[in-house]
Design a protein around this ligand. Structure first.
Ligand code: FE
Length: 333
């Protein structure tokens, strides 16, 4: 990371030196992994000559760093996953407002901040994964139904400390109310087959191995495992098709408050929402394009069509504190 850091430092020095000249470099702070972002970064450089320098780290340290660096930050763009994280960054005043017709046209309103602080770039569903050996999918219906007695000793969950579960809970509070959401969580916990898992991958593997029958996971983790193990005895189920639909979240980005090259950064962000960039950005992680004019990859389409919850993902941020408190109160570690 220190090498990249020094490149970033040089880039800032050069930009300062050339004054108002068009930026030839941009700096991105990304909590998305390197192999998921470099394919689009490289294509942008090829097309425009603008070099993209980046550092990758977890969202917490990156946000702390942006805050500590303040107006001295070299970062033009902050990129991360989950509306809950993007909301956090927005609350910490780390973004500037971007008023872009291109982004408004390319990305549905429910996947963007209302004030233009950030936009979704890809979509992932947080859905039910089930054992094809021990579960008849006809017995599955909703997230809530996994709290029923018939699932006693069969459910697996990831930790509530992960923002993905906080966002799912936050949107359930918005739709069902805190009381009913709390009852559902209590039921899930009463039905656990195993201790809480640290990540979605381990959870899906536990279903495959026979430790649990069902769990709630992000779609791309299943996609990755199914790619390396086509015989995996796990499938995805789309719950709540008769009511609100499947919980969908985003990966996304925004121009930083103290971007040195806000105009160029906005152009880059706009380009990331175009079909050309979306194709790569979504497919590389088996996600759904956030630009609704594109179809998902063939692999992702093979999971089948589903009705997605149309709730504005900002809710995941706005109700995050309530969600964390509720999960804690119900004993979800
Ligand atoms: Fe993830």
């Amino acid at each position: 990371m220190s090498v990249i850091r020094s490149i970033a430092a040089i880039s800032v020095a050069l930009t300062a030196f050339t004054g108002v000249a068009q930026a030839k470099e941009l700096v991105v702070y990304s909590s998305r992994q390197e192999h998921l972002i470099t394919p689009v970064f490289d294509l942008y450089t090829q097309k425009t000559g603008v070099k993209i320098n980046y550092i990758t780290d977890s969202e917490g340290p990156l946000m702390a760093r942006l805050k500590a660096e303040g107006r001295n930050t070299p970062a033009d763009i902050f990129m991360t996953v989950d509306a809950g994280n993007l909301w956090q960054a927005q609350q910490q005043d780390l973004f500037r407002k971007t008023d872009s017709e291109v982004i408004r046209n390319n990305i549905p309103a429910q996947y963007r901040a209302e004030g233009g602080e950030w936009t979704g770039l890809s979509l992932r569903a947080r859905t039910i994964a089930y054992s094809t050996e021990r579960v008849d999918p006809a017995t599955l219906s909703t997230y809530e139904a996994l709290a029923d007695d018939s699932w006693k000793g069969r459910v697996c969950l990831r930790t509530s400390r992960k923002v993905y579960n906080q966002s799912l809970t936050a949107t359930m509070i918005e739709t069902l109310g805190a009381e009913q959401t709390g009852e559902v969580i209590k039921g899930w916990l009463a039905n656990l087959a195993a201790p809480i898992f640290p990540d979605d991958t381990a959870l899906i593997q536990a279903i495959d191995a026979g430790q649990c029958d069902v769990g709630i996971v992000n779609t791309y983790y299943f996609g990755r495992l199914a790619q390396t193990n086509p015989d995996i005895k796990v499938k995805l189920f789309w719950p709540n098709q008769e009511d609100r639909g499947v919980h969908v979240n985003i990966s996304g980005a925004g121009v930083t408050k103290y971007a040195k090259n806000p105009t160029e950064a906005t152009k880059f962000l706009e380009w990331l929402t175009t079909e050309e960039a979306q194709r790569i950005f979504a497919d590389v992680n088996q996600e759904f394009p956030a630009n609704a004019s594109l179809q998902p990859s063939e692999e992702v389409q093979a999971w089948g069509d589903f009705k997605a919850d149309t709730i504005n993902v900002e809710v995941a941020g706005r109700r995050q504190p309530e969600a964390i408190m509720l999960m804690d109160r119900m004993g979800w570690n």
